[in-house]
Design a protein around this ligand. Structure first.
Ligand code: BG6
Length: 471
């Protein structure tokens, strides 16, 4: 809706940026860190591994000084589980504990609010070796112990916690569960079993956070892909609604309402994928509601119906990174109204406003954007600075969408861009950059790792200084 006036951002709005340990820290084999599923993942030769990343482990003071200069109010980062517990459970690694103590102290000293993701994709390989990881019930206790250790150790300074990053993606990506990528259709069943265990684990961790961290707030960091029916054929609308239920809402309904929604339950039962529910599981989820809902938003999807026919039966599913079509339900198709990034992610700030409004209406929890950003191939020019106008444009539009959602009553805590400095992409190595600060390295040539401010650095600095009035 176009309105006469647009409200200002609140004075305490958390302007921030995000990262994840394995994508930024490097030092993958240093100071007693154990291996995670990301460290052992087979990587295509043209793409770098995670061993050095942006070398933030050794340069965090320099990076935080840049955050301070930019004016960041918050920095969202993850703790590498295996720096704290190299095997995932058992012995604590004091050097890993000290690293995050120092990092948090440095942020606090510089007036930057730490927002900590407890676990961002890098599941301990040790737990996979011991019992298979999330697909085993023992994973619940190990996650809760690990989270409780973090609450006790850092909870005096960290008041914002995120349980699991993009659990909805982990569920559909076998390698993130420590499983092989073969036969992904069969792996879906294990994925939903893991999902159930993660939901129980995070519910218990929410309880612990409230018990152990004075004034602590905790929520999930999910990914949300807004979906549109491709045409006004009613069957496309139905497909879109079904896809929203089984791809987006199922997880939040479990985490926030403590229930398997009707569509999702039928979906699982039809495919013999319903996990066993143990006594107390649903009660734990119901009793421990998050304090806020964080979500990552990059693109929307256009959905068409995909009816069963002679060649397709229930259970037929195809994947790109995520499921891309499921017989009898939906298929994702190209949206001709939208431009896309070099990686085909369709750029759609309206989708962000819709996501915010849909989530607010369904869950009535304050929202926090934990990731939103523009990935691009970038080379530092011989003269001047890197003018990343596409990134500025993308972020301006998406922040404006947050402002518009707030204008119609949605409660937002803050906006964290992905990312502050360049780091390794989840799937595309160092060639897909997201930062306001360029890191001088290539895919395999580590160069000098120097940090250089891009044009967007100055734009974000101004945006924060003016509290978004320029948007
Ligand atoms: C989110 C993840 O899915 O998207 C991040 O939480 C990831 O870890 C980001 O880096 C962007 O994805 P990609 O593949 O472009 O790095």
């Amino acid at each position: 809706m176009q309105t006469k006036k647009l409200n200002e951002f609140p004075k305490d709005f958390l302007w921030g940026s995000s990262s994840a340990a394995f994508q930024i820290e490097g030092a993958a084999y240093e100071d007693g860190k154990g291996l995670s599923v990301m460290d052992v993942r087979k990587i295509k030769p043209e793409i770098c591994d995670y061993s050095v990343a942006s070398d933030h482990y050794h340069r965090y003071k320099e990076d935080i000084a840049l955050m301070k200069e930019c004016g960041l109010k918050a920095y969202r980062f993850s703790i590498a589980w295996t720096r704290i517990f190299p095997n995932g459970n058992g012995e604590v690694n004091p050097k890993g504990v000290a690293f995050y103590n120092d990092l948090i102290d440095e942020l606090v000293k510089n007036g930057i609010t730490p927002i900590v993701t407890i676990y961002h994709f890098e599941y301990p390989q040790g737990l996979i070796d011991q019992y298979g990881g999330w697909i085993d019930r023992r994973s619940i206790e190990d996650y809760v112990n690990y989270a409780s250790f973090l609450f006790k150790t850092y909870g005096d300074r960290v008041k914002y916690w995120l349980t699991i990053n993009e659990q909805d993606h982990v569920v559909h990506m076998p390698f993130r569960l420590g499983l092989t990528d073969e036969n992904r259709r069969e792996k879906e069943k294990l994925g939903f079993l893991a999902n159930h265990n993660m939901c129980v684990a995070t519910a218990l961790a929410i309880e612990k956070c409230h018990e152990l961290v004075e004034g602590g707030k905790i929520g999930p960091a999910t990914c949300f892909e807004t979906m549109y029916p491709t045409t006004n054929d009613p069957l496309d609308s139905l497909a879109c609604m079904d896809a929203m239920e089984i791809r987006n809402y199922y997880l939040l309904d479990l985490t926030i309402k403590g229930e398997y929604n009707g569509t999702f339950r039928r979906y699982l039962e039809d495919r013999d994928m319903m996990p066993e529910i143990h006594p107390g599981d649903m009660e734990a989820m119901k009793a421990n509601k998050p304090d806020f809902l964080a979500f990552n938003y990059y693109y929307s999807e256009s959905i068409s119906a995909f009816p069963l026919d002679d060649e397709h039966e229930i259970g037929d599913i195809e994947f790109k990174l995520l499921p891309s079509r499921e017989a009898g339900i939906y298929q994702v198709v190209r949206n001709e109204n939208l431009k896309a990034t070099l990686w085909g992610w369709e750029i759609d700030e309206v989708g962000l406003q819709l996501a915010a409004r849909l989530l607010w209406e369904r869950y009535r929890l304050p929202l926090l954007i934990t990731e939103c950003g523009f990935g691009n191939k970038e080379v530092w020019p011989e003269e001047g600075i890197l003018e990343d106008d596409d990134r500025i444009d993308y972020l301006t539009r998406h922040i404006r969408a947050v402002k518009e959602a707030m204008n119609v009553g949605v409660d937002f805590i803050g906006f964290c861009s992905w990312s502050f400095i360049d780091l390794i992409s989840g799937h595309s190595g160092f060639s897909k950059r997201y930062g306001f600060v360029f890191v001088n390295r290539d895919e395999h040539d580590l160069k000098d790792m120097a940090r250089r401010k891009k044009k967007s650095f100055y734009w974000y600095q101004k945006t924060i200084a003016e509290n978004g009035e320029n948007i």
